[in-house]
Write a protein that binds this ligand. Structure first.
Ligand code: NI
Length: 135
């Protein structure tokens, strides 16, 4: 089994807030991330595909194909958008880095043409990231 990774970057805004909590509770839980107009991040996304090497091509998946899939299915929907307002797949979901990683997994899991989606790793800052492997 070999693991290949496509890395993409995108910029997007979010506000961490739970509509079921009071303003005071939201402030206590999310602090600055609860700021009413939201704030932006430069996200780094790593999509890892696992599979056997195809002896004809030497590839697990042609990384040009993986790039196209990730850009079409994910980046086009999130880059320069706001997770709380105009990103369909996050509707009604608190846009933490954990939940966004799961949302991206769901967008990609049935789109990988060769090999299998193994992991979605999403960096929100240099030091904070979430990784989802489908369970
Ligand atoms: Ni944030």
């Amino acid at each position: 089994m070999v693991y290949v990774t496509r890395r993409e970057v995108f910029s997007a805004s979010h506000r961490l807030t739970n509509p079921e909590l009071s303003d005071e509770e939201n402030n206590a839980v999310y602090d600055k991330c609860n700021y009413q107009y939201g704030h932006g991040h430069n996200y780094i996304l790593e999509v890892i595909v696992a599979g056997e090497i195809n002896p004809k091509t030497g590839y697990v998946i042609d990384l040009k194909k993986l790039k196209k899939i990730v850009r079409e299915k994910v980046i086009s929907k999130v880059d320069h958008h706001h997770f709380n307002f105009d990103i369909d797949f996050m509707k009604g979901i608190i846009p933490t880095v954990e939940n966004i990683a799961i949302g991206i997994w769901k967008l990609l899991e049935n789109e990988i043409s060769e090999g299998k989606l193994y992991s979605v790793k999403l960096y929100e800052t240099e030091n904070n990231y979430a990784e989802y492997k489908g369970e």
